[in-house]
Design a protein around this ligand. Structure first.
Ligand code: SF4
Ligand code: SF4
Length: 431
């Protein structure tokens, strides 16, 4: 990586703490990612992006700002990125996948909050995340109480605009969310000084839909047996989607898909797939939270489907072709697309369960792992119904609750291996 120390100093980062964070990543990445064999060549680009995670992309954002552009940071897939790009601004996802500055965080937030919230707050308090420091505005939402109240605290450190997300999907909720999108348009116009027009919103929709289509294509390649890419690599790509340049990322994912589709075409039909096929569903896994996928894929299984917001939920549906739509029609379409996301913040949330059942069959999974961060009420509570519904349909399932520490890794591995043993017995019984 080039020398970015001057850039980090200009951003006001806490350099000693930032060095400690960056020093932790390469060893972890080598062990989890670079140790994999037979990785697609197209992963080289994504390895490069990770190696430059606090370098090149941050430089691009600063160059954008130097020309008068704005950067918005979001933490949820409900935030309508289309609006941000329509105004000529850039949207980045803030990560929160590692414990950081917990002692400082716990002075202002309760200990028993989920690790994701504590992580992003730790990054801000300790000034180690260049994306936080480069952002002009954080866009929060009210999906869960932990985030909702934490955004009030975060607002003391950086301006935060909070969008009120509905918790049901009745017509009144659609109207309310469309109103929130209009309020967001006003905020973005004020911040950027640019007016959102039918034409630039249409362009913004096309840009983000193209990225979603590329990720849908990637997901479709994983239906093959054997799946041509590891679940860890697929997760990494989805995590990078939140902060990389949208057009370049879309191009690189499509190039990778060319390679994966060729792999699938070249695979011998007689190839016997030894690895179990697993679906992971639940709480999103922010970078660098790779704990569960690594445990799963070093225990004789391959993850072939992720029902996560760092997976399917972020790209499962498109806003669509807006050629004949006016501003109202486009806002309506953005609103409907996002409310099809089956986040556990919704009640009731049967469509999520139905989707897990459908995708279990479509991707021919041997079993489903429901993953939830400790203290994440929406997903830990919903996990029970998900597991019950799967078992009623004869699909094997297990629930895991964990945090970002490695203390329980041995115990989790034992449980995962025991689950996989039962899946192998089932495979044998079913021939
Ligand atoms: S799980 Fe819910 S709150 Fe979290 S990113 Fe997804 S939609 Fe947003
Ligand atoms: S992981 Fe759960 S509790 Fe934490 S921010 Fe997301 S929805 Fe809220």
């Amino acid at each position: 990586m080039s020398d970015y120390r001057q850039m980090w100093t200009d951003l006001g980062l806490n350099l000693p703490a930032h060095d400690a964070l960056l020093n932790a990543l390469p060893g972890l990445y080598k062990e989890i990612y670079l140790s994999q064999t037979d990785r697609p060549k197209g992963m080289e680009y994504f390895d490069f992006v990770v190696s430059e995670i606090h370098g090149l992309r941050v430089r691009e954002l600063m160059d954008h700002k130097a020309k008068g552009g704005k950067v918005l940071a979001a933490m949820c897939v409900f935030v309508p990125e289309e609006v941000v790009y329509a105004a000529g601004a850039i949207c980045v996802g803030l990560c929160g996948g590692i414990d950081w500055a917990s002692d400082e965080v716990e002075k202002i937030l309760p200990r028993n909050l989920c690790a994701l919230i504590k992580s992003f707050m730790g990054f801000k308090l300790d000034k180690v995340c260049p994306y936080f420091e480069v952002a002009d505005l954080v866009v929060g939402e009210t999906t869960c109480d932990g985030k909702k109240k934490s955004f009030e605290v975060l607002n003391d450190y950086i301006p935060v605009h909070v969008m009120e997300t509905p918790q049901m999907k009745n017509e009144a909720d659609y109207r309310m969310w469309a109103g929130e999108i209009r309020r967001f348009i006003t905020v973005v116009e004020k911040l950027t000084g640019n007016t959102i027009t039918e034409e630039n919103l249409r362009q913004g929709i096309r840009k983000i839909d193209a990225r979603r289509k590329a990720l849908q294509r990637l997901s479709a390649t994983r239906k093959a047996s054997p799946s041509p890419i590891s679940g860890k690599d697929a997760l990494l790509i989805n995590q990078i989607a939140f902060y990389d340049d949208v057009d370049r990322f879309t191009l690189k994912v499509n190039e990778l898909c060319d390679e994966l589709e060729q792999r699938n075409a070249d695979a011998s039909p007689a190839t016997i797939e030894d690895d179990l096929r697993i679906m992971v569903t639940g709480t999103p896994m922010a970078i660098p939270n790779w704990k569960i996928p690594h445990l799963v894929e070093t225990s004789g299984a391959r993850i072939v489907f992720d029902e996560l917001c760092t997976g399917e939920r972020s790209f499962q549906n498109l806003v669509g072709d807006m050629a004949d739509k006016d501003m109202d029609g486009m806002i309506e379409a953005i609103c409907r697309r996002s409310l099809e996301i089956d986040c556990a913040c919704f009640t009731p949330n049967q469509p999520r369960i139905d989707k897990i059942l459908t995708k279990s069959k479509e991707y021919r999974v041997d079993g489903v792992i429901h993953y939830a961060l400790q203290s994440c009420d929406p997903f830990t509570i919903e996990g029970f119904r998900v597991e019950k519904s799967l078992k009623e349909k004869g699909i094997a399932a297990m629930r895991l609750e964990t945090d970002y520490s490695q203390e329980d890794a041995g115990q989790l591995k034992t449980r995962i291996e025991a689950f996989f043993e039962t899946l192998r017995e089932r495979r044998e019984m079913n021939g």
